[in-house]
Design a binder for this molecule. Structure first.
Ligand code: GAP
Length: 485
């Protein structure tokens, strides 16, 4: 089993995520988050949200069901589609790109006609049964509710972004007509993927955290990036480099200050939540692969075993002009006497794929075969487990009493009294709990406890009373003993 497969097995067994509706055989592209998954996903989105709050973004929440007028204006009704193939023998449905690539070709297509010409002239085979594929079709990616709206169809949104764009004027008033302005939304997106696959990677219902940064199109400026961290860049033309974004901007690798700023910020958020910077790259999307709304996009990709998976897309887009034209409402702001219809730089975070990548990068197996998740303290579902060494001699009642009191300081704790202490440590390591607080016979004498750290398995002794005032991951003695690097 590769790391991804081991993580999927662990995730189901220990309550991170699993296929939805499984008692009825499941439904492709839908996954449930279990008790630990919900806690960890919330911790990831908290880091994301607080980072953007510090950047003075405002947050809104708009409906997931959207009238067709919005998606006609945005171009999604016409253009948000993939080319698909269905094997005439085994009826397996796939994205055309996947099938063509598996047959050894590197090719993207702009129309069904172009694709069908290619399929007639070249031998492309079904990835499942090997039968020759000769036909491609256009497959629309939005879920449609025919005739349900007051003026036609309704759609489940495929991105949260449009809910922000259509509110631009109201938001601009809220922001006192200043540019640049950043508006964020965290919520569900829906896509009728041709072949949902690989658990959380290609879902039909998923969570996005999107920030729409409205900028002057002639300047595309947000704030100065620090330029202090090198990032792995794969530009559209030229060699891959590891370089800070300030140098990349000077060398013309990044097209705007705002793009450079959000590339750096994204690298910082992703590494903070636990993605390994050595397995993270920024790939500028080739022109013929760009989404219909984008002029320039940097895909942010995490390496999972041997596959690079897009976890975030940072796009340069221009949707306000489309909504202005279709709605007749002005989408401009007056800045220093100049009327400006802003451009948009959009970092769009796929929370499920980030969540999965964090788990894969955190996973390792000890020499003794025990599995561990090396999660950052703030991302792990629980900050600590409270354990009596044995369930007698006052250790159990003292541990239980401490647990009841520490929960009021830090609710991300769990009590575990069943099985040997070694077995309990292993159970907590496997779900990424950074610290185990154990009450032993000395605890009953002097009120101290052992704090065992997950990765080193080292232990220190601290006064339990101190933990009640500082919390566990906020305790300086614990931090300096184990997180000094
Ligand atoms: N508003 C821009 C936009 O939606 P995108 O690149 O299509 O851009 C952004 O999506 C992110 O959303 C992706 O990088 C990915 O992490 C996530 N995402 C997109 N489709 C997904 C799917 N079917 N399942 C899980 N995550 C998905």
């Amino acid at each position: 089993m590769n790391t991804y497969e081991q993580v999927v097995e662990l995730a189901k067994r220990r309550g991170f995520f699993w296929q939805a509706f499984s008692i009825y055989g499941g439904e492709a592209g839908f996954y449930d988050y279990g008790p630990l998954g919900v806690l960890m996903r919330d911790n990831i989105t908290k880091v994301w949200k607080e980072s953007y709050l510090r950047d003075e973004a405002v947050f809104i929440d708009t409906p997931v069901i959207v009238p067709s007028t919005v998606f006609r204006a945005s171009g999604h009704i016409d253009k948000f589609a993939d080319l698909a193939t269905e094997c005439s023998k085994c009826h397996n449905k796939q994205k055309l790109d996947t099938v063509v690539k598996a047959s050894g070709f590197q090719k993207t297509f702009r129309s069904v006609e172009e694709a069908n010409r290619f399929l007639q002239e070249n031998v492309v085979k079904c990835v499942v049964c090997g039968n020759r594929i000769t036909q491609a079709t256009e497959f629309k990616l939005m879920f449609r509710m025919p005739g349900q709206g007051s003026s036609g169809d309704l759609y489940l949104r495929p991105e949260t972004a449009q809910g922000i764009f259509v509110n631009f004027k109201l938001l601009s008033n809220f922001y006192r007509n200043k540019l640049p302005m950043a508006v964020a939304q965290l919520g569900k997106g829906f896509r009728n993927e041709i072949s949902p696959r690989q658990t959380l990677i290609r879902l039909r219902e998923f969570t996005q955290g999107e920030i729409e940064v409205f900028v002057d199109p002639e300047r595309k400026y947000w704030k100065e990036p620090a330029g202090s961290m090198p990032v792995n860049l794969n530009p559209r033309s030229g060699e891959s480099v590891s370089m800070d974004v300030v140098t990349a901007l000077k060398n013309g690798i990044m097209s705007s200050n705002a793009m450079a700023y959000f590339v750096e910020k994204t690298a910082s958020i992703l590494t903070e939540v636990g993605i390994d910077s050595a397995r993270l790259r920024f790939r500028q999307v080739p022109t013929d692969e760009l989404a219909h709304y984008s002029f320039d996009t940097w895909d942010v990709e995490a390496l999972l075993d041997d596959d690079w998976v897009e976890v975030v897309g940072i796009a340069d887009r221009n949707d306000l002009k489309n909504h202005e034209k279709a709605s007749g409402e002005s989408m401009s702001v007056l800045v220093d006497g100049k009327s400006i219809t802003p451009s948009i730089i959009e970092p769009s975070y796929g929370i499920d794929r980030i969540f999965l990548s964090v788990l894969v990068h955190a996973f390792y197996v000890r020499d003794n075969g025990f599995k561990v998740l090396r999660l950052p303290d703030e991302i792990a579902p629980y900050h600590a487990a409270i354990l009596p060494l044995v369930n007698k001699d006052g250790m159990d009642s003292m541990a239980r009493d401490f647990y009841e009191r520490i929960k009021r300081v830090d609710p991300y704790v769990v009590y575990d009294q069943s099985g040997s202490i070694g077995r309990r440590y292993a159970r907590q390591d496997e779900i990424g709990t950074p610290y185990c607080i154990t009450f032993d016979s000395q605890s009953t004498q002097d009120g101290t406890v052992t704090v065992r750290e997950r990765d080193s398995a080292r232990q220190i002794r601290v006064a339990s009373q101190d933990l009640l005032s500082t919390g566990i991951i906020g305790n300086e003695k614990i931090r300096s003993a184990f997180r000094s690097s």
